[in-house]
Every structure is written in structure tokens, then in C-alpha cells.
Ligand binder design. Structure first.
Ligand code: ADP
Length: 374
């Protein structure tokens, strides 16, 4: 049964806004997106009223989920600060709608005050890069598998809303199931609990999402998923250092961030921006990984430093952040990634798997206190 916008609209007309009018007359709704049984939209209110709207958001979500044929509902409460109200916590955050789909809006204005831990998960860490195409997703997945090989319980969240690649990298084609409480069950693959925005929407749909909906989707993928007990949840972040990344870092209680860079100068400049962003929001930088560090010939194994090798290591030293390791540019890393069986899984005894495990060990050692405490 296919759900229509009209059905959603009719359900919303029955919900009252705190102002006493029907929600559909309150002039607060974004465009409603319905895609294959999944419904997305946001409720945009003034920050001062956000608290009063929190219950309405929950009511709306229940009403939408009750429509026959709806398999998922992602509804964000976004709050715009009026000029002259509480000053924005950071220049980039001005005008960025603050998603509060699960927690009440904070009146304090502190970006970190919106955070709360995710029950059952000891450490959420971000894998980030200054720009796209540096191998962030490939590294995030293989690192997650390396951490798994160290005996840890690991999840992978693909939050790269602008181009989710985890479905391709893991070969996962199925959609997540809902449990009785209508929470999504992550897909189990290679011993990891995996969730990706790409499981829910087609890639083209993800590309045109508006900012607040992006944040809402990421928040729900973190908090409306039955992750179970995990030592580490690896979040594959969107590339860059725009508002989406900053807001994500402010909303998610990250225990650390890993920056992926290639040796080229340009990407190191971008990586420096990433570092600065995490420092700004008080997320510890666990270190830098140099991907495509050197070319390794798949035939003779000879190494060529075609990009001028060692840039990321020097940069890490200069910035006093740990250097986690160098991953070669190698045919089998690309081929295994793109065929849905990442190299740590398909060649567990090979040299590449060993590199990812070694990086994983450095990450685990830095998180030891957090994991052990849990
Ligand atoms: P990003 O997430 O930064 O956009 P991806 O992980 O999707 O980048 O990688 C981009 C492309 O580069 C993919 O085709 C991937 O297989 C390939 N790739 C990534 N890392 C390596 C590597 N170390 N060696 C060879 N190919 C790689």
C-alpha cells in the first residue's frame, strides 16, 4: 500500500498545536516527503516555544506511524532563534535550525548542552575528512572491522547523508526491520551492527535533503535504532566542515574523532579545518590516518611515493595529535571495497588487514578508559 502526502496531511490536521490551532493551520510544517512508506518532514518553531512543541512532535510521529503502510517516520522539531534572542553559540550555528527530535531544547545556548549519551554504547567516534573522495568510508568500515578483530563489539553508522556508500561497501541490500516499538533494527554484517541513511532512501533523495531534515535523520539513526550493547560506534561523517558536521558534532556525544587525509597538501589543509572544528566543540582528536599514502604495485609489491609521502605524519607532529598510520593505495583495497567485501574481511591475513587492525589498536588504547568504565 503506498502512502500519499494527502494521507499524512489528513493525519496532521487532527493534531492540535500548542497555539490551539490544527497543526496544518499553524504555518510550521516543512514540505512533507513521502518515499516508499517513509515519511520525512520538519516542524519549524521559534526557539522560545520549542519546549512546548516537544510533546506535539512525539504525537505527530505516533500519528504518522499509525497510517497504514508507513514503515518509518522521521520528524524533526527545528527551532530558529529570532534575532536579538539568546546569542548563537557559534558563528556557524547562526540560522542553523537546532534539531530536537528527542530531547528538549536547551535554553542555555551552549552547543554541548544538547548532548546526551546513547544507552548501551560506550564510545561514539567520528571518522571525518576535510573533503570527499579521500577514502573516508573505506577506512571507517575497515577500521570498524579491525576493532571487531580486537574483540570489541562494534557498530557502524553511515551518516554521510550526501553520498552514503556503506550499502555498496558492505553489499547490504535489505531494508532495516522495525521492532514492536517501531524502532529500527540495525543490519548485522561481518559481525558489525550497521545502519546507513542509504538503507532508507535512494541516493538522489538524500542529495536534496534540507539541513534540518539531515540532522533529524542522523539523530534518529543514532537514537531510534536498537544498537544493543556496543563498545564502539564508528560514525562515517559527511565530508567537509560545514554546518551539518558542526551540528552533528554538537548533538552527538563523540568520544573522539579520526581525520582521514591523503598526502596531498590540499587535503591536508582541508584536514586542518576538520581538526579545528573538532577542537572547537571539544571533541578529542584521536589522530590522523594517511590514506593512499603510497602506491603499492599489485604485481610486484614495489612501493612508490607518488604523492610525496609523509605529509600527514609531519602535520600530525606539528599539530601535536597522534599519527595513527599509513594505508597504501592498493588495487585490492579498492576492488574489495567496491565489491562489498572489505579487505579486512576478505583478506584477514593480508598486510592491509594488519594495518587497519594496528590503527584500530591505537584507537582502542585511547578509548580504553571509556570502554573499561562501561
Ligand atoms: P570517501 O568516503 O572519502 O568519499 P571512499 O571511501 O568512498 O571515499 O573511497 C573513494 C574511492 O577510493 C573508492 O573507490 C575506494 O574503493 C577507493 N579507495 C579508498 N581507499 C583506498 C586505498 N587505500 N587504496 C585504493 N583505493 C582506495
Amino acid at each position: 500500500m503506498s502512502v500519499t502526502q494527502q494521507q499524512v496531511h489528513e493525519a496532521l490536521a487532527k493534531v492540535m498545536s500548542p497555539r490551539g490551532a490544527a497543526l496544518t493551520d499553524a504555518n510550521v510544517l516543512s514540505e512533507i516527503t513521502v518515499n516508499d512508506g517513509k515519511v520525512f518532514f520538519s516542524i519549524n518553531v521559534d526557539a522560545a516555544e520549542a519546549h512546548a512543541w516537544e510533546n506535539v512532535r512525539a504525537e505527530v510521529e505516533a500519528a504518522v506511524r499509525a497510517i497504514p503502510g508507513v514503515t518509518a517516520a522521521m520528524i524533526a522539531l527545528t527551532a530558529e532563534r529570532k534575532a536579538g534572542a539568546v546569542p548563537p553559540p557559534h558563528r556557524h550555528a547562526q540560522g542553523v535550525p537546532h534539531v530536537s527530535s528527542h530531547r528538549p531544547q536547551s535554553a542555555s545556548g551552549s552547543p554541548m548542552s544538547k548532548q546526551s549519551d546513547i544507552p548501551g554504547i560506550s564510545a561514539v567516534i567520528a571518522v571525518a575528512s576535510g573533503k570527499g573522495g579521500v577514502g573516508k568510508s573505506t577506512t571507517a568500515l575497515n577500521l570498524a572491522l579491525g576493532l571487531r578483530d580486537l574483540g570489541l563489539r562494534v557498530g557502524l553508522l553511515d551518516a554521510d547523508i550526501y553520498g552514503p556508500s556503506v550499502p555498496r561497501l558492505t553489499g547490504i541490500r535489505e531494508k532495516p526491520q522495525l521492532n514492536d516499538a517501531k524502532k529500527m533494527l540495525p543490519i548485522k554484517r561481518f559481525g558489525l551492527a550497521v545502519m546507513s541513511i542509504g538503507f532508507l532512501v535512494e541516493e538522489e533523495t538524500a542529495m536534496i535533503w534540507r539541513g534540518p531534515m539531515v540532522m533529524s535523520a542522523i539523530t534518529q539513526m543514532l537514537r531510534d535504532v536498537v544498537w544493543g550493547t556496543l563498545d564502539i560506534l564508528v560514525v562515517d561523517m559527511p565530508p567537509g566542515t560545514g554546518d551539518a558536521q558542526l551540528t552533528l558534532a554538537q548533538n552527538v556525544p563523540l568520544k573522539g574523532a579520526i581525520i582521514i587525509s591523503t598526502p596531498q597538501d590540499l587535503s591536508l589543509i582541508d584536514a586542518r579545518r576538520g581538526l579545528a572544528m573538532f577542537k572547537k566543540v571539544n571533541v578529542p582528536v584521536l589522530g590522523i590516518v594517511e590514506n593512499m599514502s603510497y602506491f603499492q604495485c599489485p604485481h610486484c609489491g614495489t612501493r612508490s611515493d607518488i604523492f610525496g609521502h609523509g605529509g600527514a605524519r609531519h602535520e600530525a607532529e606539528r599539530l601535536a595529535v597522534p599519527f595513527l598510520g599509513e594505508i597504501p593505495l592498493h588495487m585490492s583495497i579498492r576492488a574489495t571495497s567496491d565489491s562489498g567485501t572489505p579487505v579486512v574481511e576478505s583478506e584477514p591475513d593480508g598486510p592491509h588487514a594488519a594495518i587497519y587492525r594496528a590503527i584500530g589498536a591505537k584507537v582502542r588504547d585511547q578509548l580504553q578508559g571509556v570502554i573499561a568504565a562501561a
